[in-house]
Write a protein that binds this ligand. Structure first.
Ligand code: EPZ
Length: 418
């Protein structure tokens, strides 16, 4: 692999910014929005609720790339308070819409949110937070509804650090009456980025990016323009690709600081990097050393980077231990790597031992979820022979025109069905 690859806007920042646009009756312009399926789904969801969305040409095309990445959203009227069953079932992040719809209309109902098959995805911390802010909750089978004439500020302690939970409570508290204090909040870089933009539009949020966030409720959120931060998981994935495939891979428009925990471990594994504020160059490791990692909330080693790092370890000269305590289904994809020739044993749902080095062989496989999907794609690049990956919707959920961007680095990859 040799050449340059541009890192796109952060998926997990984009989903939350689109949801937060519902707080305002005025127009929000969001730039650097990645052209991926998860964003298409959330835009369809807010349109279904009554928001007007203006997309540039080719925004939704998987076969044609290029064009602007700027989308306009105007949520003057929210006509519905029931989220589409079909769409909410496809996207875990749909729960982020509950707070803004509740704040704007006094009620919201939705099915239990769907999404990646990476283990149990409870929503108890969201429900408890909404209740603290004064919402009444009703469950009917797998649907729930929330109602509150007026949301009130509250003190919310998260017994477990939750990224979307922190963002959901922060967004909901913006239009609530009085002050909300979130303790043991998540610190992922997408959170201060969203808070900073909300503040430009009239919100009063302080402490985002630390474990304690304070939000003073306001009556109105104005329109505005924002450019999303770069996707740190894409940056990390390409850095691992650089380490795996040799050569020199330059990542443009990224923030190496956001993947510090990964870079430290990639250096231990033998990869070399050079960085500036918004670029990162990775040189492949001549010999890959085994490295043990444990995933952790930010600024620790991201669970979303565990699958490609595990793949890297299949090429290491020795045995490594991978511990992913955050979700209980994030190591299941290793079965597929084993079917390609890897030697990974699962010790329990959170721990795997990778015995390297192993030669991988290409075969026909299917992508089980987004981060496992991109990992299998990278495995296909280093495997001997041809790999066919099915269910690539899972990869298109989070990586824009991936085949075209990897072709530019020298990968032999093509989309079979458009
Ligand atoms: C976000 O998921 C990301 N998704 C995930 O990325 C990422 O893996 C995860 O954070 C961890 O970094 C989005 O931002 C859309 P959590 P989220 O709530 O917010 C438990 C990707 O591939 N929990 O921080 O849903 C939960 O089960 C995706 O881009 C509860 O127990 O994750 C987990 O064990 C996959 N109750 C832990 O908290 C709750 O009510 C952390 O999950 C909520 C969460």
């Amino acid at each position: 692999m040799n050449g340059e690859i541009e890192v796109k806007g952060a998926k997990n920042a984009a989903l939350k910014a689109v949801a937060a646009a519902l707080l305002s009756r005025e127009k929000w312009t969001i730039a650097n929005l990645p052209k991926i399926e998860d964003i298409n789904r959330i835009l369809e969801m807010i349109e279904d609720l009554g928001a007007k969305v203006k997309r540039p040409a080719r925004f939704e095309s998987r076969s044609e790339s290029g064009g602007s990445d700027k989308v306009e959203i105007e949520a003057k009227n929210i006509k519905k308070s029931r989220l589409s069953d079909k769409l909410a079932g496809k996207l875990r992040a749909s729960i982020i819409l509950a707070g803004p719809v509740l704040a704007r209309t006094g009620k919201v109902s939705m099915p239990y949110p769907g999404g990646c098959v990476i283990g149990k995805r409870p929503i108890d911390l969201f429900i408890a937070g909404f209740q603290k802010m004064g919402a009444k909750v009703k469950w009917q089978n797998d649907h729930f509804s929330l109602s509150a004439k007026k949301l009130k500020g509250a003190r919310i302690f998260f017994p477990k650090i939750t990224v979307t939970g922190t963002e959901a409570m922060m967004i909901t508290a913006v239009l609530a009456e009085g002050e909300t204090v979130l303790s043991n909040a998540a610190m992922e870089p997408e959170i201060p980025a969203l808070a900073e933009f909300l503040n430009k539009c009239g919100a009063r949020i302080s402490g985002a990016g630390t474990p304690t966030i304070k939000i003073k409720g306001v009556r109105k959120i104005r329109g505005g323009q924002t450019k999303l931060i770069s996707d740190r998981i894409e940056t990390g994935t390409f850095a691992i690709l650089g380490a795996l495939c040799g050569g020199k891979v330059k990542m443009k428009n990224c923030n190496p600081d956001h993947i510090r925990a990964l870079l430290v471990n990639l250096e231990k594994a033998g990869a070399r990097f050079k960085e500036t504020k918004n670029e990162l160059i990775a040189w492949g490791a001549k010999k890959i050393n085994p490295v043990n990692v444990t995933t952790h909330e930010y600024p620790g080693f991201a669970t979303d980077l565990q699958p490609p790092f595990t793949l890297l370890m299949t090429q290491a000269q020795g045995t490594s231990q991978i511990h992913d305590p955050i979700f209980d289904g994030r190591l299941m994809f290793t079965d597929i790597l084993n079917s390609m020739g890897a030697n990974i044993s699962i010790n329990d749902p959170h721990r795997a031992t990778v015995h390297g080095p192993t030669k991988l062989r290409g075969r026909k496989i299917a992508s089980p979820d987004l981060r496992a999907g991109i990992t299998l794609l990278l495995a296909g690049l280093i495997a001997k022979g041809k790999t066919i990956i099915e269910n690539i919707y899972q990869i298109d959920r989070g990586y824009e025109h991936i085949e075209e961007r990897l072709q530019k680095l020298g990968a032999e990859i093509k989309r079979i069905e458009k």
